[in-house]
Design a protein around this ligand. Structure first.
Ligand SMILES: Nc1ncnc2c1ncn2[C@@H]1O[C@H](COP(=O)(O)OP(=O)(O)OP(=O)(O)O)[C@@H](O)[C@H]1O
Length: 254
């Protein structure tokens, strides 16, 4: 969760006297280091490529979508799904960047936390503010899977990409605490994104099939879990790239 991710949309020094939420929205009046292309890395890692609707071309950043023969397929606006599930409003983009703050580990982390949540979509690191689509603090329970499930049901591919330095909580976020899959009594709130998403997905498939029992609705779920690694010699590669058809939670957790 370093502030040099160019996807982070905005940054501003926190004025010491202003309220956190207002400072999060403050944009610097001048940006001397604006990169010429949106995807060019900033010359200085502390400079975040600014995001504004004017940078978004009218064409969708998503690949063309296949024609639908499924009567249930409908274009789901993420905002609609978010509103229905009391989630924070989203921007009209195919990619959402959500930051999850990990609690300090008493045995390993020293000192006070340097990351502070400011609002639902911004945080500060050493007094410098950054804005994302959403910020989940250490108390947050997960809801980010809901739009994924609904988009999958509507026939679109969905991906979750967990990014962060070692020990930042990628595995915990995707699967939950160690052994949580093996132990039956683990509270729902403790489960990671993967078991929750698939439980919900299979439940929703049953629901839709019952609701539309007059039509033969067949869903095929393929899932792949990928580790992206970097090798000094061969560069970035995807480890153990496989794709499997799944229809039960056991298939997913095998
Ligand atoms: N939200 C959280 N709440 C409580 N503990 C957490 C949380 N996130 C991570 N941890 C704990 O922090 C430690 C590191 O987390 P985790 O193994 O998920 O990191 P990682 O990013 O997958 O690391 P690596 O890249 O090295 O595999 C684990 O002991 C995990 O239980």
């Amino acid at each position: 969760m370093l502030p040099r991710n160019p996807i982070a949309r905005d940054t501003a020094e926190l004025p010491s006297s202003s309220s956190p939420s207002s400072s999060a929205k403050t944009r610097p009046s001048s940006r001397k280091h604006k990169p010429s292309k949106e995807n060019d890395p900033p010359s200085d890692h502390n400079i975040i490529v600014p995001y504004s609707p004017s940078h978004v071309k009218s064409k969708s950043p998503l690949p063309p979508r296949p024609p639908s023969s499924n009567p249930l397929k409908r274009k789901l606006a993420l905002d609609t799904i978010a509103a229905e599930n009391s989630l924070p409003a989203t921007t009209d983009s195919g990619v959402k960047v959500i930051v999850r703050m990990r609690p300090l580990r008493k045995d390993k982390d020293e000192g006070d936390p340097i990351v502070q949540k400011i609002s639902g979509d911004s945080l500060s690191i050493n007094g410098r503010a950054f804005t994302f689509d959403s910020v989940a603090d250490v108390e947050a329970t997960q809801h980010v899977g809901v739009p994924l499930v609904e988009n999958c049901l509507a026939g679109f591919n969905s991906s979750v990409f967990a990014y962060g330095q070692t020990g930042s909580g990628k595995t915990y976020t995707m699967w939950g605490p160690a052994n949580s899959l093996a132990e039956e009594n683990v509270a729902k709130e403790q489960q990671g994104l993967t078991p929750r998403v698939f439980e919900r997905l299979f439940a929703r498939i049953k629901e839709e099939q019952t609701k539309h029992s007059d039509q033969q609705l067949n869903y095929q779920c393929n899932c792949s879990f990928l580790e992206i690694r970097e090798d000094v010699k061969s560069g970035v590669y995807v480890e153990n790239l496989t794709e499997n058809q799944v229809s039960t939670m056991e298939d997913v957790t095998q």
